[in-house]
Design a protein around this ligand. Sequence first.
Ligand code: CTP
Length: 400
Amino acid sequence: MLTGKKVVVGVSGGIAAYKAVEVVSRLKKAKAEVRVIMTRSATEFVTPLTFREISGNPVASDMWREPKTWNVEHIAMANWADLFLIVPATANIIGKMASGIADDMLSTTVMATKSPVMLAPAMNTNMYTNPVVSANLSRLAELGYYIIPPATGMLACGVEGPGRLPEPELIVAEAAQLFTERQTLAGKKVLVTAAGTREPIDPVRYIGNRSSGKMGYSLAAAAAKRGATVVLVSGPSGLSQPENVLLKKVETAAEMRQAVLAEYDDADIVIKAAAVADYRPSVVSEQKIKKNDGTITLVLEKTSDILAELGREKTHQILIGFAAETQDLLTNATVKLTKKNLDMIVANDVTVPGAGFDADTNIVRVLYRDGRSEELPQMSKESLAGHLLDKITALITNND
Ligand code: CTP
């Protein structure tokens, strides 16, 4: 799991700094590349030389003195990291991170990184249980930092209680775990629909829409990574089949309906990200329609609403719909949520730049049947897929 991963280990100044040496050593044995940043107080506990020898790389600690052999500033190290691991994390560095203070090499680099950040707090029990430290840790957890809770035991200061740095082996195992998705959907069957349908007019023409399939394919891939059995029913799309996903290709709304119904009974979660045609030509010409001088009229008939049908036949399934709107987002999405008997609807205003069809990013609002709603910031469709699956997993856990 850690092979080739680039890990920046930040060591702050507590007595447990000596245990960070073993963490670095274990990361190296697991074939990770490691670079160490020490705070000035950490260098009072362990010498930079020790970390340099164990990590095989120069150690950064002073913002103002360039490292001798590795001439790169804090932003480059922040970008380099696949994971930022702070061991031990003192009350001081936790406080700085929670308050947005960047006044040395470690706090500046961690602020600049986009990688996941994991902290292993270690300090005296009274410090750890101080409400200010607890509030800072809660804030960091809310912001998406990973906190490895300290162990309880006899501390260096002679006090017994929480605050001990967990064993280096456990810290490295937690780090490795970050690189594998937690198998939160193991044993569940997830049915995803993606892309737009095509309704033929004649042998060469069809009515289609702008959906690329990116959102649905990202959801299918993310569900498979979380251990689910995934069936992806997709309209035509240029995207390649995600790993460990059973792909069923369809063209029309009628074909999608059939494929979805065939997989519905034993599905636990159904996510309908497809842009299904609401109308199709009522007659499909057997021959290519020839042009003439006047206008031509296409007569359209309604297709069946697959999601509404799933909503009517729902037994135990969690149903998630999408609502692509150009106006009255909340009202329209709420109506669809209720009418189609959904558990959650992902609504987006496709007129907003960076949202919707054929874009790489999306900006959505998630609405639940109990009236709750949450707005998510603009993010890539891959990241959004992960966020949505976390929310869906929470729904399923409540349902069990
Ligand atoms: N949907 C479906 N079958 C259809 C039409 C839509 O299963 N024939 C699903 C979509 O996959 C989506 C949800 O219903 O999850 C909402 O689709 P949308 O096109 O936004 O809404 P419609 O119900 O078609 O309403 P309208 O087009 O009038 O906004």
